[in-house]
Write a protein that binds this ligand. Structure first.
Ligand SMILES: [Zn+2]
Length: 82
């Protein structure tokens, strides 16, 4: 599926996709982190987010770095943007 604006959503088959930024939360061993500003195409009907190729890898790298930081600092919540 080609990701462009106006493409029909695969999940609900009624909504259309538009470019947006989303945030994702991750939890690991009681630590919670959040990554903001992830570029994605989001359905205007059901809210399903579709990530561009390669973005998933960036998110997991950023999440791993944040978890490492969170472990060192022993604090509750960390945020980052990609
Ligand atoms: Zn949808």
């Amino acid at each position: 599926m080609k990701l462009t604006e106006g493409v029909k959503c695969k999940a609900c088959r009624t909504g259309k996709l538009f470019k947006n930024e989303v945030s994702q939360k991750f939890e690991r061993e009681g630590l919670e982190i959040e990554i903001d500003g992830i570029p994605a195409f989001v359905c205007d009907d059901c809210g399903q987010a579709y990530f561009l190729p390669g973005v998933g890898d960036k998110i997991s790298v950023a999440a791993n770095d944040l978890f490492k930081l969170a472990e060192v600092k022993h604090a509750g919540k960390f945020k980052a943007a990609v």
